[in-house]
Design a protein. Structure first.
Ligand code: ZN
Length: 276
């Protein structure tokens, strides 16, 4: 049995979860709600002076857990692969500027080429940005995405594939982000989480739920307890590896984006204690 969560000290919210708030609103409202972990999506950094962002985060005692997202390495077009590298280098700089220790990678895919080729290009891409990541003190987390996104968002669709790439690269600065939404269905999830932890590659843990039926494959994620994922069980497997980091609430939901966002934060807190 996984121990119940009793406080919010390990709760982190992704800014995309409250999509309509800018960074300032996220910081003010999260901290007012007693939530001090934040994962920053890069869209809220657009048009935002990074120095100001950093002091705003500090003033509210926020801990930046990660920045989201880099990646999108594969393409049949060399030029596009180069553009992706440049964008990832910017993402690393942004991460360092706001004291984010981790950049999450949505690795990418190109439907014009085999998944295996895309996976090779992902590995090449990560190796290309690794020196800058190291120099900036920013780790890179490969986030495997559900196979329904294999056509365009990620050629890395299982935790085993992510473990393979992380182990091949074999760097303290490259690991894996585990998201229950993408991985809950995998019958190898428990042993692969163990493997991930044992090799020192478990860098992040994302939570939400899988609605049944799911009406939209991008923007119909559930709040923990809404759907069919046994989140406490998966958290238990993650914690058994020694992971003691944040539980990051990352929910894209047209339904929840439409309600009062401060009430939504209270719902998240409740779901966090009862269903995470
Ligand atoms: Zn995630």
């Amino acid at each position: 049995m996984t121990a119940k969560l009793t406080d919010y000290s390990n709760l982190c919210v992704h800014t995309m979860t409250t999509k309509h708030w800018n960074l300032k609103k996220c910081v003010e409202n999260y901290s007012a709600a007693g939530i001090y972990g934040i994962s920053i999506w890069r869209n809220v950094l657009e048009g935002q002076k990074l120095k100001e962002a950093k002091s705003m985060l500090n003033d509210h005692n926020m801990t930046v857990v990660s920045t989201v997202r880099g990646g999108f390495f594969p393409s049949v077009e060399k030029k596009k692969r180069e553009v992706a590298i440049d964008d990832n280098l910017i993402a690393i700089e942004q991460s360092a500027a706001v004291n984010s220790p981790l950049l999450v990678l949505v690795c990418g895919a190109d439907e014009r080429q085999p998944l295996s080729t895309s996976r090779e290009q992902i590995k090449e891409g990560i190796l290309k940005i690794l020196p800058e990541a190291k120099a900036a003190g920013v780790k890179l987390a490969i986030e495997p995405l559900h196979p329904m996104y294999a056509g365009d968002r990620s050629a890395i669709n299982t935790i085993a594939q992510a473990n393979d790439v992380a182990e091949e690269i074999n760097s303290d600065f490259v690991g894996v982000a585990i998201d229950v939404y993408h991985l809950w269905w995998d019958d190898k999830l428990e042993p692969e989480i163990k493997r991930c932890g044992k090799n020192g590659n478990l860098l992040a843990f994302h939570v939400c739920d899988w609605n049944v039926p799911t009406t939209d494959f991008l923007n119909d994620r559930g709040l923990m307890g809404d759907g069919c994922i046994n989140v406490p069980q998966i958290r238990g497997w993650v914690e058994e590896t020694g992971f003691s980091g944040y539980n990051e609430v990352e929910i894209f939901s047209d339904k929840y984006w439409a309600i009062d966002q401060n009430q939504y934060l209270e719902k998240i807190k409740k779901a966090y204690l009862n269903h995470t």
